[in-house]
Structures are given as C-alpha cells and as structure tokens.
Design a protein around this ligand. Structure first.
Ligand code: GLC
Length: 591
C-alpha cells in the first residue's frame, strides 16, 4: 500500500503518454467493427452470457453484481475470472477483459472482506489520508478477488435526504466532497499498472443526488450555474486526479436524460475537462435512454445487462452501417477503453495476483477500518458528560437489534445489493466491542423491553434497516424507509428513560433522521452512520480510549416539515434553520 504522498507523485505517470497512445492506435487500426462494438460491451458473468460469448462477441468487460457468486473463496473467484480472461485472450487480437464490481465501502460483495464505513461516515471523519488508505485497501481486496475496476466513489452532492443513496456520497458540502474525491481516486488507482490497484469510477454524472424530493432517477432542476458551482467540482478534481472512468446517471437534467446528454458528456466532460477515460452507462442504460442516442451522446461502454446484450450489438452495428452513429464516435469509445486497459497493464498482466488473497480482511486492513469507524462518529449531545463511560461500571445494558448485527450496522451494498440483517464473516458488532471493553456486567436487551432500573447506563442502538438505490427513497412504493425512528425504536428509548436509567443513543443510519424528541430525552446521542465490519470501533470512543473527532457532513433536520421544500433541509436553502448545522460535532472536554 503506497503512502499517501508517494501515491500522489506517481499520479502524473498515468497521464497519457506517447508510448501508450501509439499502442492504442496500432491496435485500433486492426479491429473490425464487430470487435470494436464488442469492446464497448459489458456483461455479467452469469445470466447474460454463455462463456463462449466472451470470444464470439469480443466482449470488453465483465461485471459481478447481485447473483450467483463466482466461487466459495477468493482463489475460486480468481479462477472464474481467469477462465473468462483466457477465453478473451484466445480471440484474434487477444484484448484482455476489464472486470468490474460495486466495491463501494470495501470489497463488499465478498464475505470476509474489510468493510469500511459508507462514504457518509468517511465524510464525517473528513480525513483525506484515511479515505486514500481505505481506497487503497479496497483496491487490493478487489484485485485479490479478481477485479481491476470498481464503480466507486459516488461523488453526488445529496440535497434532499429522502434520497435512498445519501450514504453512498461523502457530504452535501461540495468542498469536502471534492477533497475526498481526490483522495479516493488516488487511493484506488495509485500507479494503475500496480497489481494492487484498480481503475476507479466517479458516479453518477451528473445530478444524481440533486433531484426534486430526492427521487432516484428523478428531475434535477438546478440552474446551469448551480450545477457548475455545486455538482461539477468533484468531477473536475477526479479528472485532474487521473480517474479512469465516469458513470452516467439515471436522473434527468435540462429535461434530458443524463445518459443522452451530449452537451455535458461530450461537450463538458470530454472536451472541456479533457477527460480521456471511459464513460460507462449505468444499468440497462442503452434500452432505457434512447439506444444509439446514448452512444452518440458520448457513452463509451454499455452495461448491456438484463436482456440488452444482443439488441445493443445489433442496433449499434446497424446504426454504424446507416451512419446514424459515426465510425469516429465508435473509434473514440474504443480508443478510451483500450487506453485504460494499457494503463492498467492488462496486456502484460491480464490475470489477478494470487499473492494478494492473504490480505483480504487482514488485521492491518481491519485496524484502518476501525480507525475510520472511530473518526466517523459524531457526538450530538453529552449531558452532564455522561460520556466517556467508565469501564468499571457495574452494569451496562445494551439495547436493540442493531447492537448485535454487523449486517444492520453496515447498510446496503454489503454482501448483497440490499445488504443483510445478519452478522457476516469477519465482522464485529457494537456489543462485541462493549463486552470486550467493559470490566463490569454487560446485559443485552435485544427487544428493548427488559427491566433494569439499577443499570448504570443503557446504550440504545437504533436506526435504519439496510437498503440500496430506490429501495431507500422515502416515499417510494417499494420502500419502507421513513424520516424518523420507528415507533419500536422510539419505545426502546422511552422504556429506559422511564426506568430512570441514563441513556446513550447510538443512531445507525444512512442519513440524518428527524430525532428531535429523542434527542431531548436521551442523555447522550451519537450519529454513527453505517460503520461497516468494525463495530468495535464504537466502544473505543464510548469508553474514552479515543475522543470524538467527527463532524456532521450534512445539516441536520429539525422536523419533517423541513422536507416540504423540493430540496429538503440542506444547508443550501438557508431556511428552514437546521437543528444542527453542517460541521457540528462535540468532543470530550479535556479533563
Ligand atoms: C446500479 C447503480 C450503480 C451501479 C450499477 C452496477 O443501478 O446505479 O451505482 O454501479 O448499477 O451495479
């Protein structure tokens, strides 16, 4: 893992160099139209293809998403992708495959990988070096499981916290997001040809988190000036940092689906910002947003999944023959794809490095993730300095299902697309850490109904169930998410306050929630976001081994009426006044 300073220096080397460009042009000149269209095609390693399609259709990229896992251990995952790579290398020109995965807070599709706090927690930590280290670790564990491309980081500027993907982004602050975007891209990519690094993807271009009412794939109605001032800087910084890929977004901007927005994709991103990497569509973007229109808009690689594969290949082939799509456009797309494959060193080293397997979930990686958990925590209230807790307390009651479930503390995109509610391999829960740190009795009241009036303190863990994408949109027909705690979780707090037990509330959520009443009742209140696999990091701070350093990456709403505005209670609106401003966070007073 390169130290941050070194990684920054070598970024220059991955900029376009003449040697690479000559190789790209020489290879491009040999390619048939069918081979070129094949390179623009990304498929899943199951459902969409027979293995033989990799060669017969000259496929350019394979992705792993929700579905059959490639094997039971990292060696089998590597073997599966090596099998497909060998088929690709057997073609006339032997162009290697890119293997992509949504490793957005660690290699979160692989059981046993190190899982970091989701980006909202990294935003609360605000530590660029830590983001860079986390990205470098994610890259290594992604390579160890056979991938050379991750669809991360999401660099959205979330406006309305009704959006189900707030937690995938760092902050509603453009400046903070821009700073952490740079760190994430450099951490993932380092010296791209190093076997422990991967191509990063900034997403979703542009306006994903700025739709009215936070609707995933909805309408972004910001002015061009607001887009330029508030949403574009992270992309500018990513391009400056040498990012290899940009993913287009589902939302609509200027009345145009972003996948088909030529002015922004080709005009702004490619021509004005000089982005020379791959623009990749999002899921089924081809059939959703106008087919060849998105290719003409500047999309270079098509996520041809869910039945899009042969339709895409046939309709694009016909489009080129009819000159609806120019050969120059095809060549631009393929040039960008080949360029990244050369930069990644895939022509020399197309196969994953088996020596990386031992680093998956190793102690060093987990210690960095545990540090990230500690630094992500934001202290919102600490009445009578009830915190830090004394390790010698006679009886601590820990309350709620979120206290003993690494799945619930990790949120969506963990093991499964929609996350898991169970404990998963290699992870530690919040109560694991409390039990390890406390010298006295630790009692677990999962359902928040037991009677412990003599307890010294009740640590009450409440929050959201895991969700991803539109399943997290508050108000979506397929979402049961809400802006407040559930009645059950409110009752956990009430039950212990009624017993006269001092209460410390730990909130596990992918976004700020309306908890104004619960804040009044609790003696201490911590925003813990979605900490990932290292739940023990929370006890490190609860018992004072470390101080709080986290600061709110979002303004915090006071009431549900704050969400009446199309863009919700974010700090851009100035009114309504948030309960806590962005940047708020208490610390232990030095005794
Ligand atoms: C999803 C998401 C995107 C993800 C892609 C591949 O729909 O919008 O963030 O990278 O599909 O899973």
């Amino acid at each position: 893992m390169l130290p941050p300073s070194h990684a920054k220096n070598i970024r220059i080397e991955i900029q376009s160099d003449l040697k690479t460009e000559r190789k790209v042009e020489a290879l491009l000149a040999k390619m048939t139209l069918e081979e070129k269209i094949g390179q623009m095609t990304q498929v899943r390693h199951f459902d969409d293809i027979q293995d033989s399609d990799i060669s017969s259709k000259y496929i350019g990229s394979v992705i792993h998403t929700e579905g059959p896992i490639p094997g039971h251990n990292a060696a089998e995952w590597q073997a599966r992708f090596t099998e497909l790579q060998e088929i690709a290398l057997s073609t006339r020109l032997g162009i290697p495959l890119l293997f992509g995965v949504d490793a957005i807070h660690g290699q979160n599709t692989y059981p046993g990988a190190t899982i970091f706090p989701h980006n909202i927690g990294m935003g609360a930590a605000g530590n660029a070096d830590l983001v860079e280290k986390a990205a470098a670790i994610t890259a290594k564990e992604a390579q160890a499981t056979g991938f050379n491309w991750v669809f991360s980081p999401c660099v959205a500027i979330p406006y309305n916290e009704k959006w189900g993907r707030v937690y995938e982004a760092f902050s509603e602050s453009t400046a903070l997001t821009t700073k952490l975007t740079r760190a994430s891209v450099i951490g993932h990519q380092g010296n791209l040809s190093n076997k422990g690094t991967v191509m990063a993807t900034v997403k979703h271009f542009i306006g994903d988190g700025a739709t009215e009412y936070g609707i995933e794939g909805g309408e972004t109605t910001l002015t061009p000036e607001q887009v330029a001032e508030r949403l574009l800087p992270p992309y500018e910084e990513a391009v400056r940092s040498g990012v290899g890929s940009v993913m287009t977004s589902f939302n609509i901007l200027d009345g145009i689906p972003m996948h088909a927005h030529k002015a922004l994709i080709t005009g702004l991103l490619k021509n004005t910002l000089n982005f020379d990497g791959i623009v990749v569509s999002d899921w089924k973007g081809y059939s959703k947003y106008g087919e060849n229109e998105i290719v003409n808009a500047g999309v270079d690689m098509i996520m041809a999944v869910d039945g899009d594969l042969d339709h895409f290949r046939e309709v694009l082939f016909e489009g080129v023959k009819s000159e609806e799509v120019s050969m120059d456009r095809i060549d631009d797309a393929v040039r960008r794809i080949l360029r990244q494959k050369f930069r990644l060193g895939l022509f020399e080293y197309p196969f994953p490095d088996s020596t990386l397997i031992e680093c998956i979930g190793c102690d060093n990686h987990r210690e960095v993730a545990r540090q990230a958990v500690r630094e992500s925590l934001v202290l919102l209230k600490n009445n009578a300095s009830i915190l830090p807790l004394d390790k010698k307390l006679k009886r601590i009651v820990v309350v709620g299902e979120h206290a003993d479930s690494s799945g619930l503390q990790s949120g969506g995109w963990t093991i499964n697309w929609q996350g898991t509610t169970e404990n998963y391999l290699g992870a530690s829960s919040i109560i694991d850490g409390i039990r390890e740190a406390a010298y006295g009795e630790v009692v677990y009241d999962a359902g928040g109904v037991d009677l412990h009036p003599d307890a010294d303190v009740a640590i009450i863990c409440v929050g959201e169930k895991p969700y991803a994408e539109f399943f997290g949109d508050v108000g979506h027909e397929e979402s049961d998410c809400q802006l407040t705690l559930t009645e059950e979780h409110k009752n956990y707090i009430e039950h212990y306050v009624a017993q006269g037990v001092p209460t410390v509330v730990v909130l596990l959520s992918g976004r700020p929630l309306v908890v104004t009443e619960e804040l009044k009742k609790a003696d201490a209140f911590i925003a813990a976001w979605l900490p990932g696999s290292e739940g023990k990091g929370i006890a490190d701070v609860l018992f004072g081994d470390y101080n709080f350093t986290g600061k709110l990456p979002h303004s915090w709403p006071e009431s549900e009426s704050d969400y009446e505005h199309v863009y919700g209670p974010n700090f851009w609106q100035k009114s309504p006044t948030p309960l806590f401003p962005i940047g708020f966070g208490l610390e232990y007073q030095k005794s």
